[in-house]
Design a protein. Sequence first.
Length: 173
Amino acid sequence: MTIDTHVKQTYFMKTPKFYRLSVLMPIAIILTCLAFFCSCKADETDNVLPNYDVSGTARGSQVVPAVSGTGNASIAGSYNPNNRLLTFTSSWAGLSGQPTGGGFYTGAAGVAGANLGTSWVFNGNLATSGSTSGSLTLTAQEAEELLLGRLYFTYLTAFNPGGEVRGQVITSR
């Protein structure tokens, strides 16, 4: 390296323009990165909706047409609107016999509805009381019906194959 080149480099490094670039450039890069990462985090969480609690009580008087008896059932669980997943646990007691089937149906209170998803199938020696758990991914239309209170659950028995107990599914936050 010649003395002349060395002098030029040293002079350039001491100029205000070089100083400003060497100090301000890293600061600008750091601020840009922080803004980028902060904005990405906010976007990911802004669209997450809270879950709903799901509940309901079933009686023979809610079946269409109504059924007399002492049977009852309940349901509890959650509904995740982000992936439309309905998770539940349902219990029954006092049925006229072991449940032979059941499931979710679309329909407002007092109106017979259509089966939603896969029916619950009970095989084996079940008692007149017990419980079942599961999950079901709803379509967009089914999710809307759930939130409007137009979904119900029911249990079937050999004595009441059209439904022994029925209850509307209620959502709340």
